[in-house]
Design a protein around this ligand. Structure first.
Ligand SMILES: [Zn+2]
Length: 295
């Protein structure tokens, strides 16, 4: 994936951890996640009740140890690419895109959705319209998720992780897809619908929401390709591989069954590949109606 030489977003910030714990830390966010899943309660609402900001955390030594200037610049460029594309798409529809923020963190971070740790994985919080990316997730993606062609430890900094670039961009685009769902009111509709259906149907809606974010990531890739021709040979295979590697079926095994809020209801690997590909081939958000005939 070609990315150097393009504008970097000004909406990226780094959190060095050591931050404040809101609502009992990771326990809070897990409980909120379960509340959201089971009852359709917005985690943000659940966490807003009487949450004094407590404690100074214990991660004071945390720094962005796994993040390099290159990683940060890469994330800035990808986020800027999503801004350009989604501004275009919203403008075409006669609307205005509001850009999300993105916080890079390592260790612990607090969000409007509660506190999260590196174990949480990447997530989007509607409450502060921010994408949270744990820098070690990218390292783990390169090392553990079987992304082909990675040349860890050879070729120096310039080549390190290069083969994983587009897979990482795909993850960012997926999270931005959740932001788009929020702007379009889809997330709110899904949350409301989930309150009125069975658990199984609720879970299904959640999966469909995730698959739509994958489809939106595909739309972004197609539109960004038209705009700046950023794809290189093997990039699509790389993203499809990443999609198939981070389906909930695989992640559940990899994590030993731990609750990971933004990925344990992502659908199967096959579903994720299908919907990403659909968005990629159409370049059109209209092709991403995963909900049609859902219930
Ligand atoms: Zn997601």
């Amino acid at each position: 994936m070609k990315w150097q030489g393009r504008r970097g977003s000004s909406n990226v910030r780094s959190s060095t951890g050591g931050g404040k714990m809101i609502g009992g830390g990771i326990g809070g966010i897990i409980i909120a996640g379960i509340l959201w899943l089971v009852f359709g309660v917005n985690p943000m609402t659940a966490l807003q009740t009487g949450q004094a900001v407590t404690g100074g955390g214990s991660e004071s030594s945390t720094e962005l140890a796994t993040s390099t200037d290159r990683d940060t610049q890469f994330v800035k460029v990808v986020l800027a690419d999503t801004e350009e594309v989604w501004h275009q798409i919203f403008n075409e529809a006669g609307s205005t895109y509001q850009e999300p923020s993105l916080i890079l963190f390592n260790g612990q971070v607090s969000s409007a959705c509660g506190s999260a740790s590196s174990a949480t994985g990447p997530f989007y919080c509607p409450g502060d319209q921010t994408v949270y990316l744990d820098t070690s997730f990218f390292v783990e993606m390169r090392q553990n998720l079987g992304i082909s062609g990675d040349q860890q430890g050879s070729g120096g900094e310039e080549n390190q992780g290069k083969a994983g670039d587009f897979a990482q961009a795909y993850v960012i685009a997926h999270e931005v897809g959740h932001h788009v769902q929020t702007l379009l009111g889809i997330s709110q509709q899904v949350n409301e619908a989930r309150q009125q259906v069975t658990q199984a149907q609720s879970n299904k809606l959640s999966v469909l929401q995730e698959l739509q974010a994958d489809c939106f990531a595909g739309v972004w890739a197609q539109r960004n390709q038209e705009r700046v021709q950023f794809l290189e040979a093997g990039d699509i295979d790389e993203a499809v591989n990443a999609a198939s590697q981070i389906g909930d079926d695989r992640l559940a095994k990899a994590s030993g069954g731990a609750v990971v809020p933004d990925n344990f209801t992502h659908g199967t690997s096959q579903q994720r590949v299908e919907w990403f590909t659909r968005g990629l081939e159409s370049g059109n958000v209209q092709s991403c109606d995963t909900f049609s005939g859902a219930l």
